[in-house]
Write a protein that binds this ligand. Structure first.
Ligand SMILES: C[S@@+](CC[C@H](N)C(=O)[O-])C[C@H]1O[C@@H](n2cnc3c(N)ncnc32)[C@H](O)[C@@H]1O
Length: 380
């Protein structure tokens, strides 16, 4: 009788599956019936690293960890569609984040000039290396065995990747704000996350990440992918999106913009009036504005822009919190935005509001603190 270990199916190692399979084949051989052929007996390497694992002893213990987002895309039709929709050409270098066992990498190597694969898991890298050299593509592949969020990427033309979903926000922020020049990024993302990225002002999913990414890039939906196309099957469906950097981006201080959108979208369903009336927020902005006005250039600029009356009011206000709050809310009111929710505003409206605040000497970015894109976008 076949015996299945008591561990759950998700934790069933390939080693156990091989044992089960061997027992099954022995029973069948004893019964005199011809050997049973299943899809795991195939020698073909049709982009399914999992299939090969069952044929090769050294890979038979490779466990896939959910914590690292290790869901391998195994449907060759979807893999082909992703490569086709990326538009990668024979002269181009592709950056792939999280190549895993190489299902997508092998498809990319067939058409690209070069692939740079960034993979954090050494065990995956071993399998990838082996499969790629067996197919004679070794010269075209560079593997960087590091955390994609902690390493600088070499030059590339395109990104094509089934990324670990847990790092989607900071990774996309790194790609679009990291100073990289590339034609486009074709990414497989969790469907809900993709919907948020694709959302427009007024949509319920519209959030800070969408606001920020749309400032510098355009995003298109390419296709949906069923959870059943992955091994192991995840809980969620996926979507492929294509991100293209805009050729012209607004001329603004990105640190200031990120800090501003963080304030506005802190509670995205609150009106801006309610957000900017919060005592803590008012005190924070007041402190920041005082700090910033110590800067020589800003001091000059402020003095030029403030009337004597305004200057007196600023200085006479003791802690200044009350008059500062009135000033902040006054700006919102005059702009007709006091009762508006940030998720209903276009980027142009938000940029206009930021310029009004800045002109009034109200700043959002604390220059004494270094900006960490990973941390800043981790929770978007
Ligand atoms: C969703 S799997 C995709 C595997 C393969 N591309 C496929 O489609 O079959 C994500 C891969 O990203 C790797 N990974 C997870 N976190 C990473 C990180 N911070 N940097 C680089 N790779 C990472 C995982 O080890 C895993 O191999």
């Amino acid at each position: 009788m076949l015996q299945c270990p008591k561990s759950s199916v998700n934790r069933l190692s390939v080693h156990h599956l091989l044992q089960l399979s061997a027992q099954f084949h022995q029973v069948r051989a004893k019964s005199g019936r011809p050997p049973f052929k299943n899809r795991y007996d195939n020698k073909d390497d049709n982009g399914d690293g999992y299939t090969r694992k069952r044929n090769e002893n050294q890979e038979d213990r490779l466990q896939l960890y959910k914590s690292r987002g290790q869901h391998l895309l195994t449907n060759p039709r979807i893999l082909d569609s992703i490569v086709r929709s990326s538009g990668v050409g024979p002269g181009e270098t592709v950056l792939e984040i999280g190549p895993g066992t190489g299902n997508l990498t092998l498809k990319l190597l067939e058409v690209a000039k070069k692939v740079i694969a960034v993979e954090v898991d050494k065990r995956m890298v071993e399998v990838l290396n082996k499969r790629v050299s067996e197919r004679g593509f070794g010269d075209k592949l560079t593997i960087i065995c590091e955390d994609a969020l902690k390493t600088d990427f070499p030059d590339f033309d395109l990104v094509v990747a089934n990324i670990p979903y847990g790092i989607s926000s900071p990774l996309i922020a790194k790609l679009v704000f990291g100073g990289y020049q590339f034609r486009n990024a074709t990414l497989l993302l969790q469907k809900e996350f993709a919907n948020r990225l694709l959302a427009n002002p007024g949509d319920s999913e519209f959030n800070r990440l969408a606001v920020n990414v749309k400032l510098v890039a355009e995003i298109d939906h390419i296709m949906n992918v069923s959870k059943r196309d992955f091994v192991p099957i995840p809980k969620v469906d996926s979507s492929v999106v294509k991100i293209r950097l805009r050729s012209e981006v607004p001329n603004l201080d990105l640190n200031e913009w990120w800090a501003f959108t963080k304030t506005c979208f802190g509670k995205k369903n609150k009106t801006l009036g309610a957000t900017f009336r919060q005592k803590k927020k008012v005190a924070e902005l007041l402190n920041l504005s005082k700090l910033t006005s110590l800067d020589e250039n800003i001091e000059k600029h402020d003095s030029c822009n403030r009337s004597d009356d305004e200057e007196d009011e600023w200085e006479d206000s003791g802690t200044g919190v009350k008059s500062f709050k009135e000033k902040v809310v006054g700006i919102l009111r005059n702009a007709g935005l006091e009762d508006k929710r940030p998720s209903k505003l276009s980027n142009e409206e938000l940029m206009h509001l930021l310029s009004l605040f800045n002109e009034a000497g109200i700043c959002f970015h604390d220059e004494s603190r270094p900006v960490d894109i990973n941390a800043s976008f981790a929770a978007s």
